[in-house]
Design a protein around this ligand. Structure first.
Ligand code: FE2
Length: 182
C-alpha cells in the first residue's frame, strides 16, 4: 500500500469526496446507457445484415433498458436523484459505429466492422462498471455494488456473444470473397 504521507497537499485539501466521484461516474454511465438505448442500438439492429447479429443487438437493447433501471436504483444510494452527464468517450465510440454505417454497404464486411465498433463500447462499459463496483464496495454501498456487478457480467456475456458471432461472419465473408473470384 502506498504511504499516505505521499498524498499531495492539493489532494488533501480537495473538497471532492469519493461519494462525489462515484456520483459523477454514475452520471457518465447513465448517459452512456441512455445514449445506447435511444440512439445507437436501434440503428445498429437496423443496419445489420446477419439476422443473428440483429437479434444480438435487439436483445442487448432490452438488457440495456434493465441496466438503466439498475443505475436509477443506484442513485437512490447516493442522493436519490438520477441525472446524467454527457460522456464524451461514449459519444466518440458511438460515432465510430455511425461511421461504419455511412462508409460501408449492407453485408458481412459491414457486420464485422459493426461488431468491432460495438465491442469497443462493451469494453468501455465493462471497465466503467468494474470501477463503479469497486468504489461501491469500498463505500459500503453493498446493494449498489451487487447491481453494478450484475450489469458488468451482462456486458461481458454480450462481448463473448459478439466475439463468437464475429468469427462466424468472418468465415462467411471469406467464402463470399472466394466465390467472387472463382
Ligand atoms: Fe450496457
Amino acid at each position: 500500500m502506498e504511504r499516505l504521507s505521499r498524498v499531495t497537499r492539493r489532494e488533501k485539501s480537495s473538497k471532492e469526496t469519493l461519494d462525489d466521484i462515484f456520483d459523477d461516474l454514475l452520471k457518465d454511465i447513465y448517459w452512456t446507457e441512455k445514449h445506447l438505448a435511444v440512439k445507437v442500438l436501434p440503428k445498429l439492429a437496423k443496419a445489420s445484415f446477419s439476422e443473428d447479429l440483429r437479434n444480438v443487438f435487439e436483445r442487448h437493447l432490452e438488457e440495456t433498458k434493465v441496466q438503466i433501471n439498475r443505475i436509477e436504483e443506484c442513485f437512490d444510494f447516493v442522493d436519490g436523484k438520477a441525472s446524467s452527464r454527457k460522456c464524451e468517450v461514449m459519444k466518440g465510440l458511438a460515432k465510430g459505429c455511425f461511421e461504419v454505417i455511412e462508409k460501408h454497404g449492407v453485408g458481412p464486411v459491414r457486420d464485422i466492422l459493426l461488431i468491432a465498433a460495438v465491442q469497443k463500447i462493451e469494453h468501455y462499459e465493462i471497465s466503467a462498471y468494474g470501477t463503479l463496483q469497486t468504489m461501491a464496495t469500498v463505500l459500503r454501498k453493498t446493494e449498489c455494488a451487487r447491481l453494478l456487478e450484475e450489469t458488468k457480467d451482462e456486458e461481458a456475456a454480450a462481448d463473448i456473444k459478439l466475439t463468437d458471432l464475429s468469427a462466424r461472419i468472418n468465415h462467411l465473408a471469406v467464402e463470399l470473397i472466394e466465390e467472387k473470384f472463382w
